[in-house]
Design a protein around this ligand. Structure first.
Ligand SMILES: [Zn+2]
Ligand SMILES: [Zn+2]
Length: 231
């Protein structure tokens, strides 16, 4: 199963305004990806539109979010249904600090419908730390029947390892995400706790041309974890 399970739409301030739901789905279809997920920073609010477009295009799509924990650790959270994703979105949104977005500095936070028509903008800045701690996250995501993993753990910013210095032993993460796959061996050598665990690489696309090529198969163990997710 080819996949790209971490990407940003025009709702993320750092996401290109051309990352509309139709452009994302059409690009994924053009590339021949089997499954995609939309994971904007601290928000799932463009997922309803994306799910509609993906359904029309016959591509499996999973609603999600890249949460920024209170420690500023990025984690990808996926949900079986739109209803669960939007309920999680409501909760996470309620924990965001009341900081207003400044589009001229951070970028636009655009909501679209299934025709890529502007539905409004989100005023609260979505890239701040949410009120959800890493410790809380596994149980919280589980309460919404979701799956989560620490995002791009090899990156030098906003990653589990960059923030905490190492992988904590007491945190239950079902799999993990690597950005630079060439660093896998080095990463596991430095962090033996990662050995043998299922992992995946996603594009973390903020621009259309960054969406993944269908050159990677999802680990069957992760495929199983995602059974019944999306449509
Ligand atoms: Zn991230
Ligand atoms: Zn991301």
């Amino acid at each position: 199963m080819t996949y790209d399970l971490h990407m940003h739409s025009c709702l993320s301030p750092c996401g290109d305004n051309d990352m509309t739901v139709n452009n994302i789905v059409n690009m994924a279809a053009l590339k021949g990806l089997d499954v995609i997920a939309l994971t904007d920073h601290n928000s799932s609010k463009n997922c309803p539109a994306l799910m509609k477009v993906a359904r029309e295009a016959g591509i499996r799509a999973i609603p999600g979010m890249e949460i920024n924990t209170s420690e500023e650790i990025h984690a990808v959270c996926l949900f079986p249904t739109l209803e669960k994703a939007m309920a999680f979105d409501d909760y996470v949104f309620s924990t965001l600090p009341p900081v207003k977005n400044r589009p001229e500095i951070y970028g636009d936070q655009i909501l679209v419908n299934e025709n890529d028509e502007l539905q409004g903008t989100v005023d609260t800045l979505l890239i701040t730390a949410s009120g959800v701690s890493l410790e809380e996250l596994p149980d919280l995501v589980k309460a919404y029947d979701g799956l989560w993993w620490p995002a791009h753990i090899d990156r030098s910013s906003n990653s589990l390892i960059a923030i905490l210095g190492s992988i904590p032993e007491d945190i239950d993460y079902p799999c993990f995400e690597i950005y630079h796959t060439g660093l896998y061996d080095e990463l596991v050598k430095k962090n033996p706790l990662l050995a043998g665990r299922p992992w995946l690489h996603n594009s973390d696309a903020h621009y259309l041309w960054d969406i993944a090529e269908p050159d990677r198969q999802l680990d069957p163990r992760i495929e199983k974890m995602l059974e019944g997710f999306g449509e």
